[in-house]
Design a protein around this ligand. Structure first.
Ligand SMILES: NC(=O)c1ccc[n+]([C@@H]2O[C@H](COP(=O)([O-])OP(=O)(O)OC[C@H]3O[C@@H](n4cnc5c(N)ncnc54)[C@H](OP(=O)(O)O)[C@@H]3O)[C@@H](O)[C@H]2O)c1
Length: 256
């Protein structure tokens, strides 16, 4: 199936590592121009260099509104259009309720919620100008099933789901589709760091996670599988899919 992504321009936040970097590589291989955004310049430029001329790296802290304006300006200057954005930048944040400070709540919401609002708001006029587009908020299954010691992340993700649904209603008339992808457990650099912190081999960690979390498919997901799914979702092959909070979790979540 030809995803018809040639010549399209897609912004991926958190594109320097893990799932964002895998997504950028897959989208570029499908012919899209990709703009990757993250704070650390070294990894960002190295991922862009591995992709080549179709990639633009823009050093960005998504919690800074001025950085997001710069991201959109640089995208338009280089590629002249925006067809899709993948709001992917994030990190794990899960603690007991009473131990979370106001600052930690604010930081989590700034990164996972306000960043998606701000970047989407900046990109929408450019998508409208090219006749439509696709916005994907990367979320987590905990947004549907928040458990003990899962905040602030699960609450930010639930807010992201409501944002996605409401945006899909507002923007459908402009042929702009908005969806959420709720991740369970997928191989990425955050698990590489976790294994190193715990003095554990990565293979061990990936073998334990499906057992501890009762994943029906009995394995964690692969970054390339995630990237393939996102490539489909941003493409016009998914032209009638909007307003969905789709689990990407090997069947792990009890909620659909
Ligand atoms: N992998 C999983 O199993 C899993 C499960 C549930 C949810 N998720 C979500 O899926 C997304 C991708 O996860 P991942 O596993 O690929 O994570 P990762 O390997 O840790 O990569 C995170 C990316 O986000 C960037 N980032 C972090 N803070 C940022 C900021 N303030 N501004 C801009 N970029 C920022 C990082 O680069 P810099 O640090 O250099 O900025 C990096 O490129 C995240 O939202 C994560 O919460 C993943």
């Amino acid at each position: 199936m030809d995803l018809q992504l040639t010549g399209k321009t897609i912004i991926i936040t958190g594109g320097s590592d893990g799932l964002g970097a895998a997504t950028a590589k897959t989208l570029a291989a499908e012919g899209a121009n990709v703009v990757i955004a993250a704070r650390g310049l070294e990894k960002l430029t190295s991922v862009a260099a591995s992709i080549g001329g179709q990639a633009l790296a823009v050093q960005t802290d998504v919690t800074n509104p001025v950085h997001l304006e710069n991201l959109v300006t640089q995208t338009m200057t280089r590629f002249g259009r925006i067809d899709a954005i993948v709001n992917n930048a994030g990190r794990a944040a899960a603690k007991p309720f009473e131990s979370i400070t106001d600052l930690e709540w604010q930081e989590d919401l700034d990164m996972k919620f306000y960043a998606a609002i701000r970047l989407s708001r900046l990109a929408v006029p450019h998508m409208r100008a090219v006749g439509g587009g696709s916005i994907v908020h990367i979320l987590a299954t905990g947004g549907k099933t928040p458990g003990a010691n899962s905040m602030p992340s699960t609450v930010s993700r639930a807010a992201g789901m409501a944002l996605m649904k409401a945006m899909s209603k507002d923007l459908g008339k402009d042929n702009i589709r908005v969806n959420g992808v709720l991740i369970g457990l997928v191989e990425s650099d955050q698990w590489v760091r976790r294994a190193a912190q715990n003095n554990q081999s990565l293979e061990n960690l990936y073998a334990k996670l499906p057992l501890e979390n009762n994943i029906p498919l009995a394995r964690v997901g692969q970054a390339a599988e995630f990237a393939d799914f996102i490539a489909f979702l941003v493409s016009t092959r998914a032209a009638y899919i909007s307003g969905c909070a789709i689990n990407f979790d090997g069947g792990m979540s009890p909620a659909f």
